[in-house]
Design a protein. Sequence first.
Length: 114
Amino acid sequence: MSKKHEDSPPQNEPAESLEEQVIDVLRTVYDPEIPVSVYDLGLIYGMDAASENVVVRMTLTHPGCPMAASMQIEVQSRLGKIPGVKSVRVDFVWDPPWNPGMISDTGKLQLGLI
């Protein structure tokens, strides 16, 4: 009798897509000033995760944020650890400007707003 690997998904459930893996990782990257992930803050405007070359379009809570470079490096570093990802590019987008209405319900819960 063969033993299943505990790390592998059940055979009737597909493995997570690359996009789902990217989202999971983005939920582990936190804004240095607000204790919520960049994903749940609504800072991620889009992504292309259809191939091993991942592109993330994101913004910051304000364009003059002094942490822009370090956040870009952190996102690239963490996403680059996903198996199968060969390159990661992070593009900053400033239009539309970020506003608190972009925070997800999860983020609002973490901040005590709902």
